[in-house]
Ligand binder design. Structure first.
Ligand code: HEC
Ligand code: HEC
Length: 282
C-alpha cells in the first residue's frame, strides 16, 4: 500500500492546480447569435493568440504590453470601450464579439476575423471569466437607436450647434482634428495619456464605422476614457443631427460633406467659428 499516498498527493496537486486558476470561480458561457461559447474551449485560444498582450491573468500586462500604446485591455476591471449598453454597464456578448472581430483601428489590437465565429464566442466566454462583475451583474439592455433622420442642411447646421454647445470641440478641436484646448491634458482610467479622436484621419472608429455606430459611440461613451456619454443631454433625433455634422469633419465623399461644402462656399463669411469665443452658429 505504498502507492496510495502518491495517488492522494497527485489528486491534491491537481486540485491545487485547478483552484490556482482564479478564473474558474467566474467561468461563464457566452451567447453570440445562435452560438454558445465555452470558457474551456476559449482557454487554449486565449493562450495562443491573446496572452502576449492581455497577459496570463487577463490584466493587460502581457509580455508585449510594455511596447504598446494604448495599453491592452485589463479584463479584470471589465471596463469596455465599445458597448451598445449605457455607460458604466457591462457590454453584451455580441459587443465583445464585434470588438474582437473588428479589432481597434490605430492601436495594436488586431482584427480576429480569421478565427471562426465559434472560436470568437469561446474567447468571449473565457475573457468574461477574468472579472467577478460578470457573475454579480447582467449587461443592461442596449440603448434604443431610432431610425436615422434625413440628411438635410438644417440637420447638419443643428448638429454643428450641438458640437459647440456640448463642448465636443474642447477635446476634439474646432475642426475635429483631436487638438482642442483640453486634448493634451487627458488621461484614461489607468492614468495613461490619451488623445481625442481625430476625425480627419479616416473613416473608421474604434467602435465601428457606420452612422449607427457613430450615434452609439457618443450616446454610450467610451468607458475608461474621458470621452463621456451624452445620453442624458442629447435627445434621440438631435443625436442624428450631430452624426450628420460629424460626417462633414471627415474629409470623405459623403452626402453630408458635399452638402456642407456647397453651403460653406456660398455662406462662408456668415459661418460663426466653433470655439471658446464663438456662438457656434447659434
Ligand atoms: C498585439 C497585442 C494584442 C493582441 C495579440 C490582442 N489584443 Fe486585444 N487589445 C489590445 C489593445 C492594445 C487593446 C486596447 C485598445 C484601446 O484601448 O484602444 C485591446 C483591446 C481588447 C478588447 C477590448 C474591447 C473594448 O470594447 O474595450 C478586447 C475584448 C480584446 N482586446 C480581446 C482580445 C482577444 C480575445 C485577443 C486574442 C484573440 C486579443 N485581444 C489579442 C492588444 C492586443
Ligand atoms: C473631455 C474630452 C472629450 C469630450 C468633451 C468629447 N470627447 Fe469624444 N473622445 C475623447 C477621447 C479621449 C476619445 C478617444 C477614446 C479612445 O481612443 O479610446 C474620444 C473619442 C471619440 C470618438 C471616437 C470613438 C471611437 O470609437 O474611436 C467619437 C466619435 C467622439 N469622441 C465623439 C464626440 C462627440 C460627438 C462629442 C461631443 C458631443 C465628444 N466626443 C466629446 C474625448 C472627448
Amino acid at each position: 500500500m505504498t502507492r496510495k499516498p502518491i495517488v492522494v498527493a497527485l489528486t491534491l496537486g491537481l486540485a491545487v492546480l485547478f483552484s490556482a486558476d482564479s478564473r474558474t470561480g467566474f467561468a461563464q458561457d457566452s451567447h453570440v447569435g445562435d452560438l454558445t461559447g465555452t470558457a474551456a474551449s476559449g482557454k487554449q485560444l486565449y493562450r495562443r493568440y491573446c496572452i502576449g498582450c492581455h497577459g496570463p491573468q487577463g490584466d493587460g500586462n502581457g509580455e508585449n504590453a510594455q511596447w504598446i500604446d494604448p495599453k491592452p485591455r485589463d479584463f479584470t476591471a471589465a471596463t469596455f470601450k465599445c458597448r451598445s449598453t449605457p455607460t458604466g454597464t457591462l457590454p453584451t456578448d455580441e459587443d465583445l464579439d464585434h470588438a474582437i472581430t473588428r479589432g481597434f483601428v490605430t492601436t495594436n489590437m488586431p482584427s480576429w476575423n480569421p478565427l471562426t465565429p465559434q472560436q470568437r464566442a469561446d474567447l468571449v466566454a473565457y475573457i468574461k471569466g477574468f472579472s467577478p462583475r460578470w457573475t454579480a451583474e447582467k449587461p443592461s439592455a442596449p440603448i434604443n437607436i431610432p431610425p436615422e433622420t434625413a440628411v438635410t442642411l438644417p440637420s447638419i447646421l443643428h448638429g454643428r450647434e450641438l458640437f459647440q454647445k456640448m463642448e465636443c470641440w474642447k477635446c476634439h478641436g474646432p475642426a475635429g482634428h483631436g487638438d482642442g484646448p483640453s486634448a493634451s491634458t487627458l488621461t484614461d482610467s489607468k492614468d495613461n495619456p490619451i488623445r481625442p479622436y481625430n476625425f480627419s484621419t479616416g473613416s473608421r472608429f474604434k467602435c465601428g464605422e457606420t452612422n449607427r455606430d457613430l450615434y452609439r459611440i457618443f450616446m454610450t461613451g467610451v468607458d475608461g476614457t474621458p470621452m463621456p456619454s451624452f445620453a442624458d443631454v442629447i435627445q434621440p433625433n438631435d443625436a442624428w443631427d450631430l452624426v450628420h455634422f460629424l460626417r462633414t469633419l471627415q474629409g470623405l465623399h459623403t452626402q453630408e460633406a458635399s452638402m456642407w461644402k456647397d453651403y460653406a462656399a456660398k455662406h462662408g463669411p456668415e459661418i460663426k467659428p466653433i470655439g471658446p469665443t464663438a456662438a457656434g452658429g447659434q
